[in-house]
Design a protein around this ligand. Structure first.
Ligand SMILES: Cc1cc2nc3c(=O)[nH]c(=O)nc-3n(C[C@H](O)[C@H](O)[C@H](O)COP(=O)(O)OP(=O)(O)OC[C@H]3O[C@@H](n4cnc5c(N)ncnc54)[C@H](O)[C@@H]3O)c2cc1C
Length: 428
């Protein structure tokens, strides 16, 4: 029997999950097809909406959206679409930042300051707009976060004192122990050896042992920043114990992959999708599509162990990400969108794809499908490629989300609007 849904979403990153949730909440029967699991676990967990325009820091994204080029995805969904994307996010995630339109300034693990719209509650006490003196604590085995170096960088930009110290994590963990292993030890408050007395080894719960290690370094610090590893399942408890023992506020600094804040966010989205009744199929790629008599898409084809499995639907949304995630592919022939072969404009001369400097304005950073105001991909004549296909998130062109710091905002806003529009077509 053919599998039939109202809305089929292809891609399980932030854009695809948002689209699926938006369409399901509008009453559609939704299928989410994703090759790999959500990419949130690799992301910092920060929700950037618009941090920079032409290299200048943005304090209020909503005052700046209208100044973006007409082709930018934010112009397609409008300010209302960006607000709707954030509202959907706020209904899913236990985050801070929804009290204001202004960007928060969050310290990064490299010791820079990042303008962002939403941030985990555990990150909130560390904001740079709060001028309390700060101690950063790193660990010898967590090499991505060098606390003294991060503190040195931060001191160049903030008006308060920041110091950094690197400690050994209490207990006998392998030197290559992953950040998740240490987080689980803190979750469970495992007992760890802290030395021996009269040849009898002594142990203590790891949260207490950690607080004891930090005490001699505390000085006048009024808050302590850790790499984001203070528990995966019970971060509130871990923070509360440390705050009680050290008598200062504790915050987390977002890290690269594997990202605990990203994993916590992924879990929150997964439970929202489940609650909304979205059916999720992961592990195999969508490789092709079938079209009906009217030229619309009637099904997408998933390749599973050499077999082609069609998933039928009325409306389809492409959320396969950009060049990094292979939602957009490039080869000697040019740049292409591999499933529907939607047009991806790019200069014929490959030398024009990039500039010399790493931080220059590279054309490839804006590669992606072009869409109309309905978010439908357009062909070379400016007509929709298919009446029942929309595109969202990283697969969209005309924005450099990395330079703008707008990746999550583009995914949330276009996903929310496309999910709603697709659902409106099915249930007018
Ligand atoms: C390391 C990292 C750090 C980040 N940090 C931040 C940050 O600090 N702030 C911020 O705002 N954003 C950040 N982001 C970006 C953000 O998490 C999203 O990646 C971005 O919003 C784009 O989302 P997306 O869903 O469009 O694409 P992706 O996240 O790339 O997801 C695409 C999905 O499509 C699936 N897919 C691709 N091809 C197929 C196919 N043929 N068939 C089926 N499924 C397919 C993939 O498996 C994947 O699940 C970061 C991302 C990464 C990877």
């Amino acid at each position: 029997m053919a599998i039939e849904d109202d809305v089929v979403v292809i891609g399980g990153g932030l854009a695809g999950m948002t689209t699926a949730l938006s369409a399901a909440r509008e009453g559609s029967r939704v299928r989410l097809l994703s090759h790999k699991e959500s990419t949130l676990r690799f992301a910092s967990g920060l929700i950037d909406v618009l941090g920079y325009v032409e290299g200048e820091i943005v304090s209020n994204p909503f005052e700046t959206i209208s100044a973006l080029p007409d082709e930018h995805p934010y112009q397609k969904v409008g300010e209302d679409g960006v607000r709707a994307g954030l509202a959907l996010f706020d209904s899913v995630a236990d985050y801070a930042g929804d009290h204001t339109d202004r960007n928060a300034l969050v310290p990064t693990f490299g010791g820079r300051i990042k303008p962002t719209a939403r941030y985990p509650k555990h990150t909130a006490p560390g904001l740079a707009s709060d001028e309390r003196d700060t101690l950063l604590v790193g660990f010898e085995t967590v090499v991505d976060f060098d606390a003294p170096v991060a503190a040195e960088h931060l001191r160049e930009t903030v008006p308060f004192d920041v110091r950094g110290v690197t400690l050994s994590f209490p207990g006998e963990f392998r030197t290559d122990a992953k950040i998740t292993r240490l987080a689980h030890a803190l979750d469970k408050n495992e007992r760890v050896e802290i030395g021996s007395s009269e040849n009898v080894s002594q142990s203590e719960p790891v949260r207490i042992a950690l607080a004891e290690k930090i005490k001699p370094h505390l000085g006048d610090a009024e808050r302590i920043g850790f790499p984001a590893m203070l528990g995966e399942d019970h971060p509130e408890d871990v923070r509360a114990t440390l705050e009680r023992k050290l008598d200062v506020e504790v915050f987390e600094i977002p890290m690269g992959p594997p990202s605990l804040p990203g994993m916590r966010l992924e879990a929150q989205f997964e439970s929202a999708l489940k609650e909304a009744g979205v059916r999720i199929t992961t592990g195999n790629p969508v490789v092709d599509f079938e079209s009906g008599d009217n030229g619309e898409i009637s099904a997408v084809v998933v390749e599973r162990n050499g077999a082609a499995i069609p998933f039928h639907g009325e409306q389809f949304v492409l959320a396969t990400g950009g060049l990094v995630g292979k939602g957009i592919d490039s080869d000697r022939e040019g740049v292409r969108e591999p499933i529907f072969d939607c047009r991806v404009p790019a200069p014929e001369d490959r030398y024009e794809w990039s500039e010399d400097g790493a931080f220059d304005n590279h054309a490839f950073a804006r590669f992606g499908v072009q869409v109309d105001d309905e978010l439908r991909p357009l062909d070379s004549a400016g007509e929709p490629e298919f009446e029942n296909l929309r595109a969202v998130g990283g697969v969209l062109g005309n924005c450099d989300v990395s330079a703008e710091k707008s990746a999550s905002g583009v995914s949330l806003s276009t996903g929310t609007v496309a999910g709603r529009k697709a659902s409106d077509e099915v249930n007018p």
